[in-house]
Design a protein around this ligand. Sequence first.
Ligand code: HEM
Length: 200
Amino acid sequence: MFRFTDFSRQQRMLVKSLELSAKATVGDPEGLREIQARTETHGRMAITREMYDLWLAAAIATARECDPRWDAAIEQAWRTLLGFIIRHMTRSSTRTGSPTDAAIFVVSGTWRTTAAEASPCLIDAVSLSGCSVCGYASHPPGTAIEVTLSATGRPALHLRGRVAHEQPHGFAIAFDALAPEQRAELEGVIGSLRNSQTGE
Ligand code: HEM
């Protein structure tokens, strides 16, 4: 696949991907928009699961070269974050691409259990009943979780819920029953994600 590729260009693409992934996690609107744009362009290419595995190995090797403090925990964090983004990109491309489909939007935020400090993370598949969060720890179904959605241009929205099931790079969260004003806010967040990430 990479026989005729320009390697310095590939290297720049990988570094750029690492930068935008890190920026998006902490809420940088450009990083979030770029992930959405790449999800759309890459969804139109015939990229197989094996190609994404090769891409991930190359991205990890690049991150290792760029980070003098590299260790096993940092590697695990990158694998989780990039795995979540690849999952987001591949899951979105198998969908119809309807602008009302919650799974095609990615947002930044935090999640925390009652015992732990809040961790910044990427979140996708936001609907009125739940969402998926990128998570670096293991929590069994039923664990109480507080998720904060920080959609660009909206006040942060704090929601309580439970782990519905673990996923390869985090958790599916089911929100607890929403008060009417929380429900209205969440509808607003979903609407603003749709607008900001489809360029409307
Ligand atoms: C095997 C998997 C992949 C292949 C074959 C691939 C291929 C490509 C190609 C052909 C382009 C140029 C066209 C365009 O800009 O859309 C590109 C650009 C790009 N890709 Fe990928 N890609 C892969 C995985 C990923 C993943 C997982 C990310 C995650 C963030 C990513 C991020 C980017 C970025 C940021 C650019 C734009 C670079 C620039 O501005 O020059 N790619 N990729």
